[in-house]
Design a binder for this molecule. Structure first.
Ligand SMILES: Nc1ncnc2c1ncn2[C@@H]1O[C@H](COP(=O)(O)OP(=O)(O)OP(=O)(O)O)[C@@H](O)[C@H]1O
Ligand SMILES: [Mg+2]
Length: 736
């Protein structure tokens, strides 16, 4: 090995490259890897027995036919690929089962072909003659990338026969038969079409994730099946004019639980995976997973054959820090080693940045994708052969307050067995793969089988509002797991204070208007308030940034003074909301007036804006995402009869007052000792050190959220005049 590589050699996490682990006994022995075949994933084995052997009723079990069918004529490479997928061998049997049953639960290994193939089979078999096939995904990136892949397989342009629909973006057309969508989008469609009558088939994919939206959909599908298909004993009595087929899918699913929920629906297990994934566990637990991931990456890079590497990390901060270190070390590699292309992947990335993940790696280079769990399920990233799994993810948990409102916590946690298997599955999509788990096999075996359903740990206000628009009461809904009463009453109180409900818990016209915005109720309330206060343009700018998936301001503790200096001109004396507005405006102004897409001036503008964002330590990704959110919100405003052009110019009061209408529950008054005490709660809150209001003492504040670390911090804080409170409906309703 060349001498210059000495530094990376020192970094080795384990002395022998896993794939050749018995060949280098002279090296230091710690820590070692224990390899297990992917077949050894115990949870998988147990499932298999459950499905195929341990059930009372015989269940379908799709296995390959003895002889392969002879095919006429040569197939295109992509058709040949489709034919080789494990699921292809059971195609006819699968279609037959789905045709024969209202609900089918389908369990098949990662990469077997469920998500890309099932919709195409059903389309080809004519099951979608009377309507669309909708396939839900918990995440946007899965919906869009799968639609792109299946469009290619169908040989039609995106938005043609195959399309997608995700929040703030849709590509479908009159020809569309197969629609990949987020579970959130389908839940929204319920509002306008409670029977989802334009769908002939609905596939709930990755059902094991049990997102809030998936759970709401499952409950609604049960109702829709009753209404569209009739009860089992009603069949044949003419009720089935437009029957619906439901398919529930995943690779790691408690199939029996879903089956029972749908009155013992048929479970089908699709056997086999196309490519094996060899799994290595660390012989010892790792305390610094970022460092361990770095070392493992370079060990793969130096020792292993070509193939891209996908590293799972809990969050954006870890990704950005590892991105820097990988780039730094890659530059120090001696000539002769392949170039490393580092690509981050997290929810906040916009179209072109996400596209980088899926574009082919330049010849001779190795791509290193650093991802959160958005890459965990469903997607195929072409080129990936190696997965490094840190075993960590971030979990959002909402602690409901008794008086309404609550506290968001975002904590790094150990993943579940199901996540670990899904992550490993990303390595075996195009050929045999390898997964390096930065935790021991014992740790894997001790993991919880699946995550706690989101409905049991998230704020329910938005969901309850949507359900009320459908005339449904969450407490009467037939959910797989019912949420806690406290969480429900906290959400109801929030909605009441926002004016979305009256004192009899009935939906008000204001509540219905709020539900028409794809926003948190508090933000929707602010947008609606901006109409009367004539400042919709400003409020949309603020709310779009708040709805974006990452923070606007880059916060680096080691550069606090430099950052404060750079942003000095942006800081508004009232605090974070108007500082944010100043930032959006200054960013836009930095690029000059936007001209036609693609012209020279626009190109110059784009680079000027990028430079401006960099110099002010502002996250340009967030601003780009916010711009696209704002454009969508303008459409929602127009529909709701709100003129989004209305601006209050430089006046600050209307903007703050609109926001206060939404954030009334998040208000606090200064106490004699200089701390802030919630008005509608008991907590004493501290202003987050990252806020522009951090050391300020003002009579009253509103804030975007409370986060809990070692104490309760308010983030996104603005100072407001106390006189506002008298004008806020929430304060009059609070006594009710
Ligand atoms: N974008 C793509 N590029 C190349 N091959 C792809 C792509 N998408 C899918 N494939 C191929 O199709 C196979 C099946 O993909 P599909 O997403 O249907 O599997 P799945 O059974 O749904 O897996 P999972 O449980 O992980 O979601 C992949 O393993 C891969 O071989
Ligand atoms: Mg899938």
């Amino acid at each position: 090995m060349p001498a210059a590589f000495a530094s990376t050699k020192k970094m080795r996490l384990f002395d022998s490259p896993p794939a050749k682990k018995h060949t280098t006994p002279h090296r230091k022995a710690i820590p070692k890897w224990v390899d297990v075949n992917d077949e050894d994933d115990r949870i998988g084995k147990r499932k298999r027995q459950n499905v195929n052997g341990g059930l009372k009723q015989p269940q379908a079990h799709i296995t390959p036919p003895r002889k392969k069918a002879r095919l006429s004529g040569p197939l295109t490479p992509i058709q040949e690929q489709r034919r080789l997928l494990p699921i292809a061998r059971g195609k006819d049997a699968l279609v037959q089962e789905i045709r024969a049953n209202d609900v089918t639960v389908l369990l098949g290994e990662t990469g077997s072909g469920k998500t890309t193939q099932i919709p195409q089979y059903l389309l080809e078999a004519g099951l979608a003659d009377s309507g669309l096939i909708g396939i839900t995904q918990p995440r946007k990136v899965a919906a869009t990338s799968l639609a792109a892949r299946v469009s290619v397989e169908q040989g039609t342009p995106m938005g043609g026969r195959v399309g997608y629909s995700v929040r703030f973006d849709e590509r479908t057309g009159p020809e569309t038969r197969i629609k990949y969508m987020t579970d959130g989008m389908l839940t929204r469609e319920l509002l306008g079409d409670p029977l989802l009558s334009k769908y002939a088939v609905i596939v709930i994919d990755e059902a094991h994730e049990r997102t809030l939206r998936t759970d709401l959909l499952l409950a609604n599908l049960k109702r829709i099946l009753r209404e569209r298909n009739g009860d089992a004993h009603d069949k044949g009595k003419g009720k089935q004019r437009n029957p619906l087929k439901v398919v529930i899918m995943s690779a790691t699913l408690d199939a029996e639980k879903f089956s029972q929920f749908f009155y013992n629906a048929k479970i089908i297990y699709v056997k086999g995976r196309q490519h094996p994934v060899k799994i290595y566990h660390c012989a010892q637990g790792q305390t610094d997973y970022v460092d361990a991931a770095l070392r493992t990456f370079f060990q793969i890079h130096v020792d292993q054959p070509p193939g891209d590497v996908l590293i799972f990390l809990p969050g954006q901060e870890d990704i950005e820090s590892l991105e820097k270190s990988v780039e730094l070390f890659a530059r120090q590699l001696p000539v002769g080693h392949a170039e490393v292309v580092v690509v981050p992947m997290f929810a906040a990335l916009q179209g072109p940045q996400m596209a980088r993940i899926f574009t082919a790696t330049p010849r001779g280079a190795r791509k290193c994708i650093l991802a959160t769990n958005i890459a965990e399920t469903s997607i195929t990233i072409p080129g990936v052969r190696y997965v490094i799994d840190t075993g960590k993810s971030k979990e959002k948990r909402y602690l409901a307050g008794h008086t309404g409102g609550g506290l968001d916590t975002l904590m790094t946690r150990d993943i579940t067995k199901s996540s670990a298997m899904q992550r490993a599955g990303r390595a075996g999509r195009e050929g045999p793969g390898f997964c390096y788990r930065l935790y021991t096999e014992e740790a894997f075996l001790a993991m919880a089988p699946t995550a706690e359903p989101e409905i049991l740990r998230c704020s329910l206000a938005q969901a309850i509002l949507q359900l009320l628009c459908l005339g449904q009461d969450i407490q009467e809904l037939d959910l797989m797991d019912a949420p806690d009463v406290d969480a429900i009453s906290s959400a109801l109180r929030t909605l009441f204070l926002l004016g979305a409900l009256d004192s009899h818990r009935a939906l008000t016209p204001l509540g219905r208007a709020m539900a028409s915005f794809p926003l948190e109720p508090a933000h929707a309330r602010a947008v609606i308030a901006s109409k009367e206060l004539a400042c919709t343009a400003e409020v949309l700018d603020v709310v779009s940034v708040l709805a974006a998936s990452s923070k606007l301001f880059v916060d680096a503790t080691d550069k606090r003074a430099e950052i404060a200096e750079a942003r000095r001109a942006l800081v508004h004396p009232t605090g974070d909301h108007l500082t944010l507005l100043n930032t959006v405006r200054a960013y836009r102004a930095a690029g000059g007036e936007p001209e036609k897409e693609g012209d020279e001036k626009e190109k110059v503008g784009r680079s000027a804006r990028r430079e401006w964002a960099r110099a002010h330590f502002v996250n340009e990704r967030t601003l780009k995402e916010a711009t696209s959110i704002r454009d969508q919100l303008r459409v929602s405003c127009t529909r709701a009869g709100i003129d989004w052009r209305t601006s209050c110019g430089e006046r600050e009061e209307p903007v703050l007052l609109s926001l206060a209408h939404g954030l009334a529950q998040n208000a606090a008054l200064i106490a004699p000792d200089g701390s802030y005490k919630q008005i509608m709660g008991q907590s004493v809150v501290k202003i987050h050190p990252g806020s522009s209001m951090a050391d300020k003492k003002v009579p009253a504040i509103i804030y975007d959220e409370l986060i809990y670390t070692n104490q309760i911090y308010a983030r996104g804080v603005s100072s407001i005049p106390k006189s506002f409170f008298a004008t806020l409906g929430a304060f009059n309703r609070r006594e009710a």
